[in-house]
Design a protein around this ligand. Structure first.
Ligand code: 1CP
Length: 351
């Protein structure tokens, strides 16, 4: 089969292409021996601020696995540093905030982001990556305001999001102000990534599923609509990722994102029926099957592909990130299985 380097972008727009495109969240990370070697000598933050490391770690999955897109090696927390938040990323745990944000004073300290000025290494890397993997596209990303706020307010990973919800309910004006400052940072960061060459952007709202429908509608949706309306004007596909968010999907569709990235708890075929053909879908293999046998993995992957067979507006991915213990060989076989699956047919499709 002829390699179609634009199949990921075409699928985002629902345009014809010659095989189902595939990439993986966390395709750069701990499951790779080369990543673990680099990590032995550098902290995560050192790696995420070195242009040569960012470039190399971002490009490897394209070169080693044959995925249809690269995703920038960075973290949703990286822009928080120049916005005035003191944090660290701890091994096997995640972000830890030195002074969790709880008061009006704390929120006032969150500064506007001037991305090219404060994170020049990221933009140098984007240019290097685009040259190195051309014509394969690079996906830029940012954390969504809600998920970022959950780290800033809780001070780290959380299961209950108690302080976050309390601020949202008890101090709605402060919450709005925090959402606004974070949304401005997201828009500046993603617009700058697009200016420097990324061909699509994904916004990670990993923990949005903790919210009830009413809270999402009033406390988050308007912010997401503003972000996607600004970004859609830049003419690149916009992807909105969340987990455990089935009940929110009709509202999430109203966010304006071009592509919805969903987890394994939903049936993509059902979601397609429910939401219609106005959005593209991405997902949704349970990442834990990567830790099972090839037979189980292949069966579960084919099941996802069957759900979306013949749908041109579909990108294969996991429902969340690649788990650290994954065998890279299995991931490579999975890429081949997706590409060899019956082509995404439809009228006018080149096969
Ligand atoms: O110790 C290490 O080596 C760090 C592990 C690691 C890595 C490889 C962290 C810490 N971040 C990353 C990279 C990363 N983070 C990418 C790279 C690009 C790729 O996908 O290949 C991306 C897109 C992210 C985004 C990110 N960071 C999200 C959204 C996606 C998701 O996984 O839900 C979130 C929630 C974070 C916070 C974060 N950073 C790191 C960890 C372990 C976490 C999660 C902590 C938690 O469970 O709350």
């Amino acid at each position: 089969m002829v390699k179609d380097s634009s199949r990921f972008i075409n699928a985002c727009w629902g345009k014809p292409h010659n095989a189902v495109p595939v990439w993986f969240m966390r395709q750069a990370g701990r499951y790779q021996p080369t990543y673990r070697q680099l990590r032995e000598h550098h902290s995560f933050l050192q790696m995420a601020h070195s242009d040569t490391v960012i470039t190399d770690v971002t490009c490897r999955p394209v070169e080693e696995l044959g995925v249809d897109a690269a995703i920038l090696f960075s973290d949703i927390m990286i822009p928080m540093g120049p916005m005035g938040v003191d944090f660290d990323i701890q091994e096997h745990y995640g972000p830890v905030i030195a002074h969790p944000i709880r008061s009006g004073q704390d929120v006032k300290h969150i500064k506007p982001l001037r991305p090219e000025k404060s994170l020049p290494e990221i933009f140098r890397s984007i240019e290097q990556i685009c040259r190195r993997i051309d014509p394969v596209p690079l996906i830029g990303f940012a954390g969504a305001p809600f998920t970022l706020a959950s780290y800033l307010i809780e001070g780290g990973p959380s299961k209950t999001y108690t302080e976050t919800k309390k601020m949202m309910w008890e101090q709605p004006d402060l919450w709005k102000e925090l959402m606004k400052r974070l949304a401005d940072g997201v828009i500046s960061h993603l617009s700058a990534q697009i200016r420097h060459g990324v061909q699509a952007v994904q916004i990670f709202d990993s923990w949005i599923g903790t919210l009830g429908v009413e809270d999402f509608e009033y406390a988050v949706l308007p912010t997401m609509q503003e972000i996607f309306s600004e970004l859609n004007a830049l003419q690149v596909p916009t992807i909105y990722f969340g987990t455990d968010n089935l009940a929110l999907l009709p509202l999430i569709k109203q966010s304006g994102a071009r592509v919805l990235s969903l987890d394994w708890r939903v049936s993509l075929a059902e979601v397609r029926k429910e939401l219609g053909s106005q959005v593209a879908l991405q997902g949704n293999l349970d990442p834990v099957v990567l830790l099972s046998s090839w037979e189980v993995l292949a069966r579960k992957a084919r099941r996802v592909l069957e759900d979306m067979a013949g749908d041109p507006a579909y990108v294969f991915n996991l429902g969340h990130g690649v788990p650290p213990g994954t065998n890279p060989e299995l991931l490579k076989r999975l890429v081949d299985l997706v590409h060899d699956y019956a082509p995404a047919t439809g009228s006018g499709m080149e096969i």
